[in-house]
Design a protein. Sequence first.
Length: 119
Amino acid sequence: MRQSKSSVALRGLMLAVLATGAVQAWAQAPGDAQSARVDRRQAHQAERIEQGVASGELTRGETRRLAREQRHIARLERRTEADGVVTRREAARVELAQDRASARIAHAKHDRQARPGAR
């Protein structure tokens, strides 16, 4: 079975998100639940996107846009944690970005557009 470029790119994105989350979970201080929660949400959103690709619910364009958004959130999280202190405002900004991404994933998966040849 031949994989599309977006499927391969998404799989790489998911592995990167999971690897980043694993490293951060290993290196984080015991009381850093916020960072762990963000990482779990990122991994879950990547799984939802991959499931949408597998089922044909996401078009190639939707997949590209959602993957780009996930990369943006990962960069935002890295910048937020770069100085070693995550303020409430920074945490709220990351969470808002994740909330919006989650809503976009749900909308894209249920907008009755399907990848040609899927289903």
